[in-house]
Ligand binder design. Structure first.
Ligand SMILES: *Cc1c(COP(=O)(O)O)cnc(C)c1O
Length: 228
């Protein structure tokens, strides 16, 4: 069996290759290890291999791990659906929220973030493939939401996050990421200050990097199958 450290090294070299291929600096692409469904020991192992940023999707599960690993001072990112009645502990314990898709959630996070804490970094989740039952704001409503979030105290709007419709077709994947990049560039053009495109997972991080991803979110390729 391959160790987590070896798997992280493989993912890092994939990131390096994808960057080389598209003429990008690998320092501009951050690896976020998605540890949902994984035990505390697996996170410890990844941390020992130098991984600092971890993403979790379920608040209750995440809080147990954050508490158990407190002394490691890891950087925690929330990447799952956010229920508006469960924002407080997210605001208290995370450095980033990638999945904000409505103003009400952002307002609550802003109110509940401690005044002395660093700003909570925010990505707006966009429903880029226009799936009916999918989380995320519609592309045409993204600018208005970004402007409203950027105006809130104690939050720092960083960029966009997408989870495109799953597809084995490389072109379809690439098109969804290209559409995200185009939207991002429109927002910059419109005067918003953004520096983050959170996109790409185990199966398709290469396509995402080719389209400008600055954070890739990788679970399975680091930790193996989840215990869910
Ligand atoms: C589970 C998950 C990932 C990681 O997916 P893998 O295919 O295991 O790499 C990335 N982002 C989000 C939002 C997820 O829920």
């Amino acid at each position: 069996m391959t160790s987590i450290a070896e798997r992280i090294a493989v993912v890092q070299s994939r990131i390096g290759l994808a960057c080389e291929f598209s003429g990008r600096d690998p320092r501009d692409v951050q690896l976020l290890a998605i540890s949902k469904g994984q035990p505390v020991e697996a996170i410890r192992e990844a941390a020992a291999a130098g991984q600092r940023a971890f993403g979790e999707n379920y608040l209750v599960e995440a809080l147990v791990k954050i508490e158990a690993l407190r002394e490691l001072e890891l950087e925690w990112h929330f990447t799952g659906p956010i229920q508006s009645n469960k924002t407080r502990r997210l605001a208290e314990h995370f450095a980033w929220a990638h999945s904000v898709d409505r103003l009400k959630v952002a307002e609550r996070l802003s109110e509940q973030r401690a005044a002395g804490a660093p700003s909570l970094n925010i990505c707006i989740q966009v429903n880029i493939s226009g799936e009916k039952s999918k989380a995320g704001v519609a592309p045409q409503e993204t600018e208005a939401l970004c402007r409203a979030v950027a105006a809130l105290p104690r939050l720092k709007l960083r960029g966009l996050m997408v989870i495109p419709a799953p597809s084995a077709d490389k072109d379809a994947q690439r098109n969804a990421y290209a559409a995200t990049r185009a939207l991002y560039l429109d927002l910059l053009e419109a005067g918003l200050t953004l520096d983050t495109l959170s996109m790409g997972m185990s199966a398709d991080l290469d396509s995402a990097i080719a389209e400008g991803a600055t954070i890739v979110r990788v679970g399975t390729d680091i930790f193996g199958p989840r215990q869910e």
